[in-house]
Design a protein around this ligand. Structure first.
Ligand SMILES: Cc1cc2nc3c(=O)[nH]c(=O)nc-3n(C[C@H](O)[C@H](O)[C@H](O)COP(=O)(O)O)c2cc1C
Length: 179
């Protein structure tokens, strides 16, 4: 069975729940590993056919050191190392050739006009493309009810379904094909 890797960043646990639900969906068709960006290997193993990455939206974008520090001071988050997260992992990661990829983010359920400004998953996609990955599907957004969560009801189910669809898409492709 082909392999998938899900790498996430999560401050309050919501993006982690989404990552785990996506992995459950993927597991119908792929062998799946899930790792936080702090622990994920920078050299992604050669047999990984699909890399899924995601994390929270901070200040309209991906978390960075200053926004993680903001999460600690404003919201009492506990973050062991505010200098380490998904962006930093993607800055160093090395991917196998022909790897498929997909991105997700978690964000507040603001009016559409405001959420249109959010670009966390757009930046994730840009970094993935820069690493040579081919995006298998458009990014998906999952909503929290408040800055510290919880997720809006039904979002984990939606993440599981998204994972199932992604797994089917990638499993149906020949091993050296992407795009
Ligand atoms: C410092 C900080 C900045 C944030 N900025 C935004 C934002 O610009 N847009 C948004 O939709 N949510 C924003 N949020 C809410 C986060 O998206 C929310 O905390 C996150 O999705 C929860 O995921 P997590 O539990 O995995 O950390 C912000 C949260 C923090 C802590």
């Amino acid at each position: 069975m082909a392999r998938a890797l899900v790498v996430y960043e999560s401050v309050f646990g919501d993006a982690k729940k989404i990552a785990l639900a996506i992995a459950e969906g993927l597991a119908a068709r792929l062998q799946v590993d899930v790792a936080s960006a702090r622990d994920a290997p920078h050299q992604v193993p050669g047999d990984v056919r699909l890399l899924v990455v995601g994390g929270p939206t901070h200040a309209f974008g991906m978390p960075k050191e200053s926004t993680r520090e903001g999460a600690v001071t404003q919201y009492g988050a506990e973050i062991p190392d505010t200098g380490l997260g998904l962006h930093e992992w993607l800055d160093r990661a090395q991917l196998p050739p022909h790897v498929n990829a997909a991105a997700f983010d978690t964000r507040m359920d603001h009016p559409k006009l405001i959420t249109r400004l959010d670009h966390a998953s757009k930046t994730e996609e840009k970094l993935l493309r820069g690493l040579g990955a081919t995006l298998a599907a458009p990014a998906e957004h999952f909503f929290v009810t408040d800055a510290k969560g919880p997720l809006v009801e039904g979002e984990e189910d939606r993440a599981r379904q998204w994972g199932t669809a992604l797994g089917e898409l990638v499993a149906a492709r020949p091993a050296n094909a992407s795009g």
